[in-house]
Unconditional design. Structure first.
Length: 71
């Protein structure tokens, strides 16, 4: 099919798809967000700070080099 020969038909089909798609998208209702109340335990404050404890041994220089060579 010679696309240049049928360019007008391609344009008309593309425009009809764009216009009908636009009308369809306008009929979709907007999202409705619900209110959410966080518990006091979930909210960070100056009084209590999150603490992360890492219980692992440090890598030696040989282990660091071996890990660096792999990645």
């Amino acid at each position: 099919m010679n696309i240049m020969k049928h360019m007008e038909a391609v344009f008309v089909v593309a425009m009809s798809l764009a216009v009908s798609g636009s009308y369809l998208l306008d009929t979709i209702p907007e999202a409705q967000a619900r209110n959410y109340n966080a518990d006091a335990a979930m909210v960070a404050s100056g009084a209590k700070m999150a603490v992360v404890t890492v219980s692992a041994k440090r890598l030696s220089s040989e282990e660091k080099q071996a890990a660096g060579a792999r990645g």
